[in-house]
Design a protein around this ligand. Structure first.
Ligand code: HEC
Length: 162
């Protein structure tokens, strides 16, 4: 009995000293992680990327993003998170005129934090493939393109689909 108690106490102590759960993988440069629960966020708009990427995409926003969109508020407030999901575009086997999502390709994230990301318009960027962040070189492209093409819309391309 005494031995059992000792064993229980020792294992409890072991648990208490177990390593903390690993922090979720984050993007280079920005340290952006995949936000929890984004699959249930509200829909903003779809997009279609022509070959060679050949992708179907959906952009969703967290509640802060959706409230800003509803009020036409620009720039987006701190706490805004936008997520773009992408899939390879494949022909439906049931109805060949339709294109449907095939394999998931990337999940991309933009997080607004005007202090932390002051040098990139207030946005932090993350691109994930199978839950893992893409490499540094890919993350060096994000800001350049968003800055060049959508300066007048707080560096965000997607508008609420009518
Ligand atoms: C060559 C230009 C280009 C580059 C580089 C680029 N994007 Fe985008 N991004 C777009 C376009 C265009 C859209 C609009 C939706 C679409 O067409 O897929 C978009 C949309 C997004 C969105 C949804 C919000 C919005 O602005 O519409 C996120 C999130 C995003 N990109 C993240 C990233 C990340 C992270 C990177 C870098 C790893 C990146 N982007 C690199 C062009 C670019």
């Amino acid at each position: 009995m005494k031995n059992l108690l000792t064993a229980v106490l020792l294992s409890a102590a072991g648990l208490a000293h177990a390593a903390p759960p690993a922090s979720p993988p984050s993007s280079p440069i920005y340290g952006v992680t995949l936000p929890e629960g984004y699959r249930k966020w509200q829909f903003i708009a779809p997009a279609h990327e022509t070959p060679p990427l050949d992708e179907l995409r959906v952009v969703v926003g967290n509640p802060v993003a959706m409230a800003a969109i509803e009020k036409n508020q620009l720039p987006f407030p701190d706490g805004t998170v936008l997520v773009k999901l992408a899939w390879k575009r494949v022909q439906s086997t049931e109805s060949p005129a339709a294109y449907v999502p095939g394999a998931a390709s990337t999940v991309q994230v933009m997080v607004k934090d005007s202090k932390k990301y002051a040098s990139t318009g207030g946005w932090g960027f993350g691109r994930f493939i199978n839950g893992q962040p893409a490499d540094l070189a890919q993350h060096q492209t994000c800001w350049a393109c968003h800055q060049a093409l959508v300066k007048n819309h707080d560096f965000v391309f997607t508008r609420l689909a009518p």
